[in-house]
Design a protein around this ligand. Structure first.
Ligand code: ZN
Length: 91
């Protein structure tokens, strides 16, 4: 019988640890990681919140990761086209 079998608090200390690194000390955080995550609640682990349109705070999707990526790409294409036009414009 392991020591942890007798004492539930001992089992809690065996929980997976946060892998985030402190920006002050450079040492690992070592707080208990949130279930299903590699980081603790202070280092970006979300609770049970659902992503995307399934989230209760979802509005229209205009700020979703996909929409932002599309916007960035189309802006980059437009910028490239404008610089091409400016470079070939002789007037
Ligand atoms: Zn942490």
């Amino acid at each position: 019988m392991k020591k942890s079998d007798a004492n539930p608090m001992q089992r809690a200390h065996e929980a997976p640890r946060c892998t985030a690194k402190s920006k002050r000390t450079g040492l690992p955080c070592k707080s208990p990681a949130v279930r299903g995550w590699k980081v603790c609640r202070m280092h970006g682990a979300l609770g049970g919140a659902r992503f995307g349109a399934y989230n209760a705070n979802w509005r229209h999707g205009g700020r979703s990761a996909e929409a932002v990526a599309i916007r960035l790409l189309s802006n980059a294409i437009a910028r490239e086209a404008n610089s091409f036009v400016a470079a070939t414009d002789d007037d």
